[in-house]
Write a protein that binds this ligand. Structure first.
Ligand code: CA
Ligand code: CA
Ligand code: CA
Ligand code: CA
Length: 127
């Protein structure tokens, strides 16, 4: 009888293990960049292995460069960050190149204006 109970418990544990493994294959990846949201330093912007800025975080604050316009590290995209951005315009500043094309251009300005008055993101979570 004891062996039978043990066998049943083992079978249940095995089934739970398999379902956990199966669940791991369906973890959320909102931006489809192959980095699961929980590990993605920009969960709302594609910055995975196929992208120029593959999880790059030039200032090491936990927010990926692809979604981090906060140059002043105060947690919000405000006028000081926009001034910093325009100061780097048409340069190769990696800290200001959010799109990863090697230059600070209009696309970076458009992106950072989209973040204006908010935190780094979307979906950015400091790791
Ligand atoms: Ca992702
Ligand atoms: Ca991402
Ligand atoms: Ca960063
Ligand atoms: Ca700021």
């Amino acid at each position: 009888m004891k062996m039978k109970i043990l066998a049943i418990v083992s079978a249940v544990l095995l089934a739970v293990s398999f379902s956990l493994v199966a669940g791991a294959g369906s973890v959320s990846d909102g931006d489809g960049d192959l980095i699961p949201d929980v590990f993605d330093n920009c969960s709302g912007v594609a910055n995975g292995p196929g992208d120029a800025l593959n999880q790059t975080d030039d200032d090491g604050d936990g927010f990926g460069t692809s979604c981090d316009c906060d140059q002043t590290q105060d947690g919000a995209i405000l006028g000081d960050d926009i001034v910093s951005l325009f100061g780097a315009f048409n340069t190769g500043s990696s800290a200001h190149d959010n799109t990863g094309d090697g230059a600070v251009l209009g696309d970076d300005v458009v992106f950072c204006f989209g973040q204006f008055n908010g935190p780094p993101g979307p979906g950015a979570t400091a790791i």
